[in-house]
Design a protein around this ligand. Sequence first.
Ligand code: PMP
Length: 344
Amino acid sequence: MKHKNQVFDNVLDLVGKTPLIKLNKMTSQIKGNFYAKVEAFNPGHSSKDRIALYIIEQAEKQGILSPGDTIIETTSGNTGFSIAMVSIIKGYDCVLAVSSKSSADKIDMLKTMGAKVYVCPAHVSADDPRSYYQVAKRLHEEIKGSVYINQYFNQLNIDAHYHSTGPEIWNQTEGKITHLVACSGTGGTISGTAKYLKEKNPNIKVIGVDAFGSVIKKYHETREFDEEEIYPYRIEGLGKNLIPTATDFDVIDEFVKVTDEDSAHTARLIAKTEGLFVGYTSGAAMQAIKQLGEDGKFKKNDNIVVIFPDHGSRYMSKIYSDKWMSEQGFFDSINVEAAQSIEY
Ligand code: PMP
C-alpha cells in the first residue's frame, strides 16, 4: 500500500478512514457537540465498502477464495455495489440476486460495475425457490469455490466495523465520544462500532435508529419477535422484518423510531444547511437526534457521533425528487407550490 503524495495502488486503498465532520447549523437548537462520520467518502460512496473488503479478505486469508472464484449476495443496494467494486480489483466474478422491485437505474449501475445480476420476483415468500434468498443459496451450492456474503447473518459484518469504524471514531474524537447514533439494518455497523467503543469506555451510550414498520426496536425491548410491528415503509437500508444475527442487541442501549416523512425532510435539510449531500438513512439518523434532543437527552458538553451511511446521489428519483415527495404526500402538510421551492 503506497499512500505517498496521495497516490494509491488501486481504489480499494481508499476504503475507510472517512472524515468526521462537525455539524454546525442542523443542531444549533440542541445541546451538545455533534459530528457526522460521513461514509459517502468511501470510494463506493457507502459504509458497505468496509464489509465487502473485510469479508472478502477474510475468505482469502482462510484460503477459501482464489482468483476467478465467485462472490454471491442478495442485494441491489450499497452492498452489491461495494462487492462488485472489490471483485473487479481482485479478479472475482460477482453474482447478485436482486428483487424485481429494484429500480432499473440500480440494476444498470451494478451491471456497469461488472456484476451478473439475477432479477427475482419480489412478491414471493422467502422460502419460494424463485425468491432472491433461494436463488442466491442455490447458486452458492452450484458454483464451486463461491462465497456467499449473507450480510444479515454473517458475524464478519460486525467484525469489519469492530476493526475499522470503531477505532477510527475513537481516534478521531480522541476518546471523547459520549454517544453513538447509528441506523440499524443488518446491524453490523452499530454492533461492531459499539462493541469497540464500549470496550474502550463502557459509559458511551449507543442509540440505534429503526423505522416504523420494522421489528427491531420491539425485539430489543422484549426479545420477542412481534409480527404486528411489521408493515411496509419507504426508507431503504433501515430496519427489518426479521432478526438479523449480525445485530448484537446487547451493545445497544436503546432504539428510536423515525418516520419516512420526517427522515426525508431531514435529509433534504442536511444538504441545505450543512452542504452534505447524503442518503435517506442519514436523514433518519439525524431525525432521531432531533427527537432525542427535544426529549432533553443530551448535555452541553456531550460529544455525539452520528453515522451518515451513504451518498445522496442514490436517491435522486426518491427523496431528492419533488415529484416523488409530492406523490408520497410528504408535502401535504404544506402548500405544494410553496413546498417545491421550500427553504428549509
Ligand atoms: N443505511 C443504508 C443506506 C444502508 O444501505 C444500510 C445497510 N443495509 C444501513 C444504513 C444500515 O447499516 P447496517 O446494515 O450495517 O446496519
